[in-house]
Design a protein around this ligand. Structure first.
Ligand code: CAA
Length: 240
């Protein structure tokens, strides 16, 4: 049976590629987004994928949102925690809200969403959770103490929840993307980005589809022995 998949931040960037690849592979998909109505509307028109608006940093909104998805298209068997933001800045320029927003969205969102679907997965004895971490959570990145801490937290979260889910046939894995050609990376100053790309052995930015490919593997029914793992997809920039 192909369960419903929820992809957070699923209407743009890496999330959009994941939503589309899952849909093309036969899954029923719900894509969430937090702010950009215009892009979400266009995404829905182009793909036919249902879009749902809520903030993953809001615990109650996640509970309500997941219940609405289940009522519309069926029990959630797959959760892809992809929603994430950056608020880059060196420590001396980082104010508390830049720290808190990134922790609440990137790491808090992962908890809030997983909590909302985990009981159902346990009851049905099936689940596939994929958390999108980052190379910068593995290696750190100048100007990103907030983002690196949140993404590093996601990698720890993944390993802990994998142990809890295992007995219920719920796998929990992470993907650690490198620098992918998305709006988020395009926001990095050009001269900084050039230096980063120069350090990628493959010699280019990654494509969103190259991350989606990894998600498709991890959510497959016959990937049940893969749990607690981190799949690095970064063009060889960091080998961990
Ligand atoms: N290592 C050591 N020193 C560095 C450095 C580095 N990597 N980067 C900058 N510096 C130095 C600069 O040389 C400069 O030193 P001087 O004052 O002596 O010249 C000092 O630090 C300040 O640098 P900036 O002038 O660049 O400082 P800024 O405050 O204007 O900007 C920044 C700092 C916000 C960190 C900016 O450099 C930046 O945006 N960097 C990119 C951060 C990044 O990679 N973000 C990833 C976003 S995409 C993403 O997160 C997705 C994913 O998962 C991969």
């Amino acid at each position: 049976m192909l369960y419903t998949a929820i992809v957070t931040g699923g209407t743009r960037g890496i999330g959009a590629a994941i939503s589309v690849m899952l849909k093309d592979s036969g899954y029923k998909v719900a894509a969430t987004y937090a702010g950009n109505d215009e892009r979400a509307k266009r995404f829905h028109e182009e793909t036919g994928i249902g879009v749902y608006k809520w903030d993953v940093a809001d615990f109650e909104a996640c509970k309500k949102g997941c219940a609405a998805v289940e009522a519309d298209i069926g029990p959630v068997g797959i959760l892809v925690n992809n929603a994430g933001i950056t608020r880059d800045g060196t420590m001396q320029k980082m104010d508390h809200s830049m720290w808190q927003d990134v922790i609440d969205t990137n790491l808090g969102g992962c908890f809030n969403m997983s909590r909302a679907v985990f009981d159902g997965m346990r009851a049905r004895k099936y689940g596939r959770i994929v958390n999108i971490g980052s190379i910068n959570g593995q290696a750190g990145q100048y100007g990103q103490v907030n983002y690196a801490a949140a993404k590093s937290g996601i990698h720890g979260f993944t390993k802990a929840l994998a142990q809890e889910g295992a007995r219920s046939n719920i796998t929990v894995n992470a993907i650690a993307p490198g620098y992918i050609d998305t709006d988020m990376v395009a926001a990095v100053p050009e001269e900084v980005l050039e230096k980063i790309v120069a350090r990628i052995p493959v010699g280019r930015l990654g494509k969103a589809n190259e991350i989606a490919r990894g998600v498709l593997f991890l959510v497959a029914e016959d990937a049940g022995f893969v749990t607690g793992s981190t799949l690095s997809i970064n063009g060889g920039q960091h080998m961990y």
